[in-house]
Design a protein around this ligand. Structure first.
Ligand SMILES: Cc1cc2nc3c(=O)[nH]c(=O)nc-3n(C[C@H](O)[C@H](O)[C@H](O)COP(=O)(O)OP(=O)(O)OC[C@H]3O[C@@H](n4cnc5c(N)ncnc54)[C@H](O)[C@@H]3O)c2cc1C
Length: 120
């Protein structure tokens, strides 16, 4: 966020609507971080949990797009331009929803693993 940017005479971050958006963004980032760490820990412990890896990959990559779009919104018109880096981050992140197992494929793997667990 551009700390110097003011609207209606006050910094952007003083507006509750912006604070709520930032809080939701931070919550999603932290949730993704925890999922990724948990999945990595299961691999490190030689107890690789493939379903958890898919959950972490799906949530983190889609979260980054959602948070990226929110970031563009907070930056206003400047966020839509190449003057600030967020539009590039959103474009670059889209590949994370496609490569190394697309979101659709991750959802199939998660559902299949869940079905296998519940019917075992
Ligand atoms: C910039 C870039 C770099 C890349 N780098 C690499 C790389 O280094 N190594 C590598 O191996 N690959 C790489 N890829 C390829 C990438 O892994 C594939 O694009 C990805 O796996 C999707 O395959 P596809 O493009 O053939 O899409 P398709 O398989 O044609 O799928 C198209 C869409 O349909 C969905 N879909 C497909 N099958 C199903 C199904 N059964 N059920 C529901 N939905 C389905 C997909 O999720 C996707 O949304 C790269 C791609 C890009 C754009």
């Amino acid at each position: 966020m551009r700390p110097s940017r003011k609207s209606m005479g006050v910094p952007l971050h003083s507006h509750q609507a912006i604070q709520f958006k930032l809080a939701d963004m931070e919550t999603q980032v932290e949730a993704a971080r925890l999922l990724v760490r948990q999945a990595a820990a299961s691999h490190d412990a030689d107890r690789a949990d493939k379903q958890l890896s898919s959950i972490a990959k799906l949530f983190a990559s889609e979260m980054a797009s959602r948070v990226g779009w929110d970031s563009i919104q907070i930056h206003g018109g400047a966020g839509y331009t190449k003057d600030v880096c967020v539009e590039r981050l959103v474009r670059d992140n889209k590949l994370c929803e496609i490569g190394e197992g697309s979101s659709e494929v991750q959802r199939m793997l998660i559902a299949r693993a869940e079905y296998a667990k519940r019917s075992a």
